[in-house]
Write a protein that binds this ligand. Structure first.
Ligand SMILES: [Zn+2]
Length: 252
C-alpha cells in the first residue's frame, strides 16, 4: 500500500516540489497517525507507535513515519557514529536518504552527498563511473544500494578506489543472494528487471561471495560486517533494525 501511494505521488509531483513539501507531509502523517512511545528513530530521534512496514520482493523493511528513514540508514548512522569520530573527515555519500544526509551533515564538516538521477537530496551530481574528484580525496565513502543500478560496475568500483585516500574506508551495501552474481544485460524492461533482479531499475543481483571477490580484485582489503549485530533483540525492535544489515567494509 505504502509503495503504491509513493509511486503515484512521485509520478504526480515533480522532484523540485517534492523536496520542499516532503518534510511537511511526513510531519502531518506522523502527528495524525503514528506519534507514540513504543519505537524510536535513531536519526530524527522521534518516538512513534510503530514503524511503517514496507514489503519488497524478497524482504521487509521498516520506515520511520517522521523522517522516512529505513532500517539500513538507521543501522549505518549508528555504525559510522561508533567508528568514525573525527568530525573533519572528508566524506562522500552516494544517494543518501534525506534524513541520513541531514544527520551526517550536522556531524561532519566535510560531508558531501551526490546523486546522479536527481532522485535524492544531494550537493553533487556525479556519474559514479566518471567521478569529477581528484585521486585520493576522501577518508570515507558510503555507497549504499547503488552498484546494483550500474551497468559498468567495474568502472564504478575503480573510480571509488581512485578517489579514496590510502587507508580510507569505502562502505558498500547491495541486495544479496546466495550463490554467484546474476546479471543478464539483455533484460532491459522494468517489468523483466523486477522479475529477474527484484526491482525495476536493478541490472543485477550480487552473490555475496562474488561481490566480495570482485572488490578484492580492485585491491581493497574487504571485511564483511553484519551491522545489525550492534543491536540486541530489544534494541532491534525499538530502533526498527532488520536482521542481516550486511556491509562490505573496503580499505584501500
Ligand atoms: Zn526518523
Amino acid at each position: 500500500m505504502y509503495r503504491l501511494l509513493k509511486l503515484t505521488y512521485r509520478k504526480l509531483i515533480p522532484n523540485s516540489i517534492h523536496y520542499r513539501i516532503e518534510p511537511f507531509i511526513r510531519l502531518f502523517i506522523y502527528y495524525l497517525f503514528y506519534k507514540g512511545t513504543l519505537v524510536k528513530c535513531s536519526i530524527c530521534l522521534s518516538h512513534a507507535k510503530k514503524f511503517i512496514s514496507i514489503s519488497f520482493k524478497e524482504s521487509e523493511d521498516k520506515l520511520c513515519p517522521k523522517c522516512g528513514s529505513l532500517s539500513r540508514s538507521r543501522a549505518i548512522v549508528n555504525y559510522v557514529e561508533d567508528n568514525f569520530q573525527n568530525e573533519k573527515l572528508k566524506i562522500l555519500d552516494f544517494s543518501p536518504h534525506r534524513s541520513m544526509h541531514d544527520f551526517f551533515k550536522s556531524k561532519f564538516a566535510n560531508y558531501i552527498s551526490t546523486d546522479f538521477e536527481n532522485q535524492f537530496y544531494a550537493e553533487k551530481n556525479y556519474d559514479i563511473t566518471e567521478i569529477e574528484e581528484k585521486d585520493n580525496s576522501f577518508d570515507l565513502i558510503i555507497c549504499f544500494h547503488v552498484l546494483e543500478h550500474i551497468l559498468e560496475d567495474d568502472k564504478a568500483i575503480n573510480e571509488l578506489h581512485r578517489i579514496l585516500k590510502k587507508n580510507g574506508v569505502l562502505i558498500i551495501q547491495v541486495p544479496l543472494k546466495d550463490g554467484a552474481t546474476y546479471e543478464d544485460f539483455s533484460i532491459i524492461t522494468p517489468k523483466d528487471r523486477l522479475e529477474a533482479f527484484g526491482q525495476e531499475d536493478h541490472v543485477r543481483i550480487y552473490g555475496h561471495k562474488s561481490i566480495e571477490e570482485k572488490l578484492k580484485a580492485f585491491l581493497f582489503s574487504v571485511e564483511t560486517v553484519d551491522i545489525s549485530k550492534n543491536f540486541n533483540a530489544r534494541e532491534k525492535k525499538l530502533f526498527g533494525i532488520s536482521d542481516k544489515e550486511i556491509i562490505f567494509k573496503c580499505i584501500k
